[in-house]
Design a protein. Structure first.
Length: 731
């Protein structure tokens, strides 16, 4: 098959004409495009490659916890571990030190001039903040310094720059300062974004003065602009930056300073992921895609080739994982989930039921989610409303507690977690309802005696209120345990979730974690854990089941970051996080799901029922770009006896975006709709012609979550391709 390039004039939309000429790179359509049914979401998985890279890094770790005994390489190693979704302690040296331990000893001297006694270096401080958050540390108290307090103190409101007398304003400091603030979810001043934009070069890239633009600095600047929340993926300057990256992409598919580099290629992939080009494969094929280029650099020992092999290997992992900066910790992920939930709150303080049950149920779940993360449910109210979540629960306490034993129990847990009193809430003694309405001394059970959820929530409700749980109730719940150690719900489903609830209830009742019922329950959850580190419901990974299973294990004293709970390197936390979208919500069947989100948050932050926290008011945070939007990319062709069209796209995680391809032979008035197949990050179609010169054709992208194409963001964007020009010109 002879491969050729064609240049076509493009008209964007019915009334919008863009005067530019682009190239469609013509090569064979991927073989997997013929598979059906196609994956619904990007399924790029480099778990084995990443594990091999991390194993190599582990072998290179020094006794003091560092890599190469320098801060910069150690920073990068932490980012590699975090991008892989693994706890930092998996990278512990033979002397018992983690990379964060090492960085804590160097924090002040590394981030300040004159060996720690001079002014702060904002860029280095921002970088340290990013790394500490990714590694699960506290940037407000790390290595004897409050990184964020010192970093914000370097901001110059007049210029928008982060600088000090010995650390002048410029590209060395501005991107990392912005990323450091974004890591802790602080608002980035618009002027700080504007200053970074001012540093952009005429070619669309960023670089150090006197050296011109380079891919690494450009990738970092793009990530900072998007993470800062003031310049999203469709911002003109971000689009120009992406254009610079396209213009500097090597034929190998990657980037580098003249030759292919793992460091540069990984950095660019992170920027592409930030802009929504996930997976970073077909949409950036030239003709080889960035991921393939990066993979080509891995050696037999797991390392990635480069001038500094340890550094190149550490840098490669976030690229393989498509993890843009900043890599958020569990608390920050919880904040995004809670921010997504906050927008759903009703004016009366409640949350929607989704058409099933009483609003008290989802509202109690929401209260528990916010309280578990340390936020005050009494201050949770919709904008412009005077009614809080707790006001709503108080107004409906009698009705909700009277529905069932688990309703009353969940209400008691939520009230106590919020700092209220279940003995007197909304004029209702919820404890009395549990013990006198729902508990049967003769049976020794609450509510429906065969429903383990009734027993578990009622028992935990009493424990939350400081009341003694009847021994008979504890024994009755034990009696509902299956021979394999699991419990099931009233419908016979959700073994992991039901088992997790039962374990929490037994521990709350004072049953020791060495008791046979707890040991066998824990064993059943170990046996049911899937290869992703999570748990299934109805045959698929479930955030709800995973969360309740994790909470039960935490209550039983299990360390879910320990190696014994990892599956192919994926801990239960990593398995749960895999079910969360980058903008906050957890999913069910690929779609944002309030039920999954509200129940996932307590497990995400390591809380189990019942609990109490020190509470502060909640403020929503920037959630970043919507990964459900479809990011459109230029089609490509392959010719033989027909024309094979590959139409790449990015994001569209809920898989509801569509593409239509219409074509007509020259001289024909009517259009014919081509049959299009969806694959992982691209669509394919075959036209019954031998050359693009024989026909006219056009592609239309549509998505209710919006289509992103360069600086456009619309529900539908048409890219009609009309005129064949027989010469080569690259986009």
């Amino acid at each position: 098959m002879r491969l050729r390039n064609f240049v076509l004039s493009i008209t964007l939309g019915a009334a919008i004409t863009v005067g530019l000429v682009v190239t469609l790179s013509l090569h064979a359509a991927p073989a997997e495009a013929q598979l059906a049914p196609a994956p619904a979401t990007p399924t790029i998985d480099h778990s084995d490659t990443i594990s091999r890279a991390l194993s190599y890094l582990k072998d290179q770790q020094m006794a003091n916890g560092s890599f190469n005994d320098d801060e910069f390489t150690t920073f990068r190693a932490v980012m590699a571990v975090a991008a892989a979704g693994r706890p930092i302690r998996t990278m512990t040296s033979i002397s018992g030190y983690t990379p964060l331990d090492y960085l804590a000893t160097r924090a002040i001297t590394y981030t300040h001039t004159e060996t720690g006694t001079g002014p702060l270096k904002p860029g280095t401080a921002g970088q340290l903040a990013v790394v500490v958050v990714a590694g699960g540390g506290d940037p407000y108290d790390f290595g004897g310094m409050n990184i964020i307090h010192e970093l914000t103190g370097t901001y110059n409101a007049a210029t928008g720059a982060y600088s000090t007398t010995t650390a002048p304003a410029g590209i060395l400091h501005q991107p990392w300062a912005i990323l450091g603030l974004a890591a802790v979810q602080k608002t980035v001043p618009v002027s700080a974004t504007d200053y970074l934009i001012e540093l952009q070069n005429a070619d669309g890239g960023w670089g150090f003065p006197g050296w011109g633009s380079d891919p690494d600095t450009t990738a970092q600047a793009i990530q900072a602009l998007i993470a800062g929340g003031n310049a999203g993926p469709t911002h003109a300057k971000v689009v120009e930056g992406l254009g610079y990256l396209r213009s500097t992409q090597l034929d190998s598919g990657g980037w580098g300073w003249g030759t292919l580099s793992a460091d540069s290629t990984a950095a660019v992939i992170q920027a592409l992921a930030a802009a929504g080009y996930t997976p970073a494969t077909e949409s950036w094929a030239h003709p080889t895609d960035p991921q393939t280029a990066l993979l080509s650099l891995q050696q037999a020992d797991g390392s990635f080739s480069g001038y500094n092999v340890v550094l190149s290997t550490a840098d490669a992992v976030p690229g393989l994982a498509e993890a843009p900066l900043p890599i958020l910790g569990r608390a920050q992920r919880a904040n995004r989930a809670l921010s997504w939930m906050k927008a759903l709150q009703n004016p009366d303080g409640s949350w929607p039921t989704g058409g099933y049950g009483h609003p008290g149920g989802p509202t109690c779940d929401a209260v528990l989610a916010y309280a578990a993360a340390g936020f005050d449910p009494y201050a949770l109210r919709q904008s412009g409303s005077a009614t809080s979540a707790m006001d709503y629960l108080a107004s409906t306490a009698a009705a909700f507690a009277g529905i069932s034993a688990d309703s009353a129990g969940k209400l008691a847990i939520a009230v106590e977690a919020a700092g209220g009193d279940a003995h007197d809430f909304g004029g209702v003694n919820v404890v009395y309802v549990l013990t006198n309405t729902w508990y049967s001394p003769t049976v020794g059970a609450f509510g429906d005696a065969n429903n383990s959820w009734h027993q578990a929530f009622a028992m935990m409700g009493l424990a939350a209120a400081g009341e003694e749980i009847p021994i008979s109730a504890t024994q009755y719940l034990k009696g509902l345990q299956n021979p394999d150690g699991s419990w099931v719900d009233a419908w016979g489903f959700d073994q992991p979730g039901s088992t997790g609830l039962a374990l929490q209830a037994l521990i709350a009742a004072g049953v020791p974690d060495t008791d046979a019922s707890v040991v066998s329950g824990t064993s059943s959850l170990r046996n049911q854990q899937n290869a992703q580190g999570s748990w299934d419901a109805f045959g698929s990974p479930s955030a709800n089941s995973t969360a309740y299973a994790m909470q039960g294990l935490l209550a039983a004293g299990e360390d879910l970051d320990a190696a014994e709970w990892a599956r192919a390197g994926h801990s239960p936390y990593a398995g749960l996080i895999a079910l969360q979208k980058t903008d906050g919500p957890f999913v069910y069947a690929g779609y944002d799901n309030f039920f999954a989100t509200r129940q996932a948050v307590p497990a995400l932050v390591g809380a189990y029922y019942p609990f109490t926290r020190t509470l502060t008011p909640f403020a929503s945070v920037d959630r970043g770009p919507d990964p459900d939007r479809m990011v459109a990319a230029m089609p490509r062709l392959a010719t033989a006896n027909s024309v094979a069209v590959t139409i790449p796209f990015g994001s569209d995680l809920n898989a509801n975006g569509v593409v239509t391809l219409e074509w007509r032979a020259h001289g024909t008035a009517s259009w014919t709709l081509a049959s299009v197949q969806r694959a992982d990050g691209y669509f394919t179609a075959t036209l019954p012609v031998t050359s693009p010169a024989d026909c006219q054709w056009q592609v239309t992208f549509g998505d209710p979550d919006l289509i992103q194409y360069r600086s456009r963001l619309e529900n539908q964007i048409t890219l009609p391709l009309y005129v064949y020009l027989p010469f080569v010109f690259r986009q």
